[in-house]
Ligand binder design. Structure first.
Ligand code: ACO
Length: 160
């Protein structure tokens, strides 16, 4: 039985534009502040707090009138594996639906086994691959699960 699933009452909140950007959390999902800065200022940042501590975040960017993208999703390492990421993804899906988007997309590295599993578990499906994304956009090779990240796997969820 998974007690954690009922114990956690997820309350996300939109972070005010005047508030500091939580780079420490965002950096769990992205390599550099420079790469985060390419999207974060055009994104809405939603945070999940517990006992006044920010422990999870996702960034939602409008791509076009029909499409939104989760550009970053991260859970503090001390709180990973407790169902928070899955709950946040479901909240992001509901939020995008409420905002009238028809499609939600998310991208992750080809070696991101957990992410690929998790995103498909909540209903995303692979629709594209950005070949050589991690080779061409970062100065140093990036490794995950002992495998060099090469391509960005794009997943989508139809919200209709
Ligand atoms: N392989 C397969 N499945 C795994 C693995 C693994 N190595 N590790 C964990 N899982 C499964 C768990 O069993 C669980 O599935 P279950 O519910 O069926 O048991 C699921 O993955 C984890 O679910 P949660 O506990 O909800 O996930 P968590 O709260 O840890 O959040 C997240 C997931 C956001 C990926 C978190 O681990 C994290 O912040 N990682 C670092 C940052 C990151 O990689 N972010 C995503 C990058 S892509 C992007 O941002 C668009």
């Amino acid at each position: 039985m998974k007690f954690h699933a009922v114990k956690i009452l997820i309350m996300i909140r939109l972070l005010g534009k005047d508030k500091p950007i939580p780079y420490d959390l965002l950096l769990l999902a992205d390599e550099t502040i420079e790469s985060i800065d390419k999207y974060i200022h055009q994104s809405e940042i939603y945070v999940f707090e517990q006992d006044q501590a920010m422990i999870a975040v996702f960034a939602l960017q409008m791509i076009d009138s029909d499409t939104a993208e989760i550009k970053n999703i991260a859970v503090d390492t001390a709180f990973q594996g407790q169902g928070i990421g899955q709950r946040l993804l479901k909240d992001a899906i509901n939020l995008a639906k409420e905002k009238g988007f028809k499609r939600l997309i998310i991208g992750t590295g080809d070696a991101g086994i957990q992410q690929l599993y998790l995103y498909q578990k909540v209903g995303f499906e692979i629709y594209d691959i950005k070949h050589r994304f991690f080779i061409d956009n970062f100065p140093e090779p990036i490794f995950e699960n002992g495998i060099q990240l090469k391509h960005m796997i794009m997943l989508k969820k139809d919200l209709a």
